[in-house]
Design a protein around this ligand. Structure first.
Ligand code: KG4
Ligand code: ZN
Length: 350
């Protein structure tokens, strides 16, 4: 392990539609700047070419802002961490080229980070926050992480900072896609997950029922049947009553959210049964969802699990998560400059 007292890392995330830069001092976040790309809203999903162009416009000001907010001069940096994959190739290349060039000009190491590992490792960011008046604990190894985002849904056994085992994953759509595609048919803008969450607050979660798909491996997921059932249900009811969505939006959203979250919690129960591990974390954009956060917390009382729920700002894509992963790799000398090529299909265990 390296022992220099303070290590400063600049981290860059550009895998999808958010351009983000963060500065860390060891495992503490000094700044975490995120530029969202609103351009995609009107298209109902991320348009890769537009995302890449927006990253090119945003990356320099976002990095400058992150350094300024952290009050750190670029000459103080010890390393630059960046997202190598998975993600959209055109988006990844913007971050990769920027990070490579910047690290070369400063003559400091470059650390390639796997975006899916980074979502999980947010649980190791140092925090002064308290939960139930106690300092927030970090998970110990091995623990289970349910990573739920717009592109992925996985149950991962985390054996160490650098050893990840996929126990189950989605065979088709991701949980975030199930939220976003259900939202789209309801006429809500992209990304629809947070809007479903918002309208669900005032709805009846048991008003409508949607199917729970079965999978051969009990820990795999399938959301395409769920999505199709929601689309059919909405179309059928709108045909009968053109005002159906408007009149029932809260109940529809609450029922969709309840359906998706119930599937996720059931899979976690099956994972605990199969592995005997009761330290359970969640990560990724969908872990911002209020219902999964509440239902997971309830398992502490009901089943004695120890749960780890990330602060909101580290749920959706952000560079702080790339920074903490970069820091952990840096202090353990676990990085290798020959594997810095962007890789759109990188797996969590690679
Ligand atoms: O991790 P993330 O920012 O990007 C990917 O790596 O995909 O996740 C984005 C996903 C989107 O599908 C978005 O709708 C979903 O996270 N999301 C939510 C909530 N906030 C974000 N889904 C449900 N409820 C939320 N509150
Ligand atoms: Zn992500």
């Amino acid at each position: 392990m390296r022992t220099k007292k303070n290590i400063y890392i600049l981290a860059i995330e550009s895998s999808c539609d958010d351009t983000s830069a963060a500065v860390l001092c060891n495992d503490t976040i000094l700044s975490n700047v995120i530029a969202n790309q609103e351009i995609h809203q009107k298209y109902g999903g991320v348009v890769p070419e537009l995302a890449s162009r927006a990253h090119q416009q945003n990356i320099v000001p976002v990095v400058q802002q992150a350094l300024a907010q952290a009050n750190i001069d670029k000459k103080q940096l010890d390393a630059i961490a960046f997202t190598r994959g998975p993600g959209l190739m055109g988006s990844l290349l913007v971050g990769t080229s920027f990070a490579t060039t910047f690290a070369m000009s400063l003559e400091i190491p470059l650390i390639a980070v796997n975006h899916m590992q980074a979502h999980i490792l947010v649980h190791f960011i140092s925090s002064k926050e308290k939960r139930d008046n106690k300092p927030i604990n970090k998970p110990s190894f091995p623990f289970i992480c349910l990573t739920i985002s717009g592109g992925h849904t996985q149950i991962v056994k985390v054996n160490s900072y650098f050893d990840f085992e996929i126990l189950g994953e989605t065979l088709d759509d991701a949980a975030g896609e199930a939220f976003d595609k259900s939202a789209k048919i309801l006429g809500l803008t992209y990304p629809g997950g947070p809007l479903i969450d918002k309208y669900a607050q005032n709805g009846d979660p048991n008003k409508y029922q949607f199917p729970k798909p079965k999978t051969k491996n009990k820990l795999d997921f399938s959301f395409s049947g769920f999505k199709t059932a929601v689309i059919r249900f909405v179309k059928k009811n709108v045909k009968e009553n053109p005002n159906f969505i408007k009149e029932n939006l809260n109940n529809i959203c609450a029922s969709i959210q309840n359906g998706i979250v119930s599937i996720l919690i059931d899979k976690l129960k099956a994972t605990v049964e199969q592995t005997g591990i009761t330290q359970i974390a969640i990560a990724g954009g969908v872990s911002a969802n209020s219902e999964i956060r509440k239902r997971l917390k309830d398992t502490e009382k009901h089943f004695g699990w120890q749960t780890f729920i990330p602060p909101f700002e580290y749920t959706t894509d952000n560079a702080a998560m790339i920074g903490i992963t970069g820091y952990l790799k840096f202090i353990h000398n676990a990085f290798n400059n020959s594997t810095n090529l962007a890789n759109a299909r990188l797996k969590v265990d690679e």
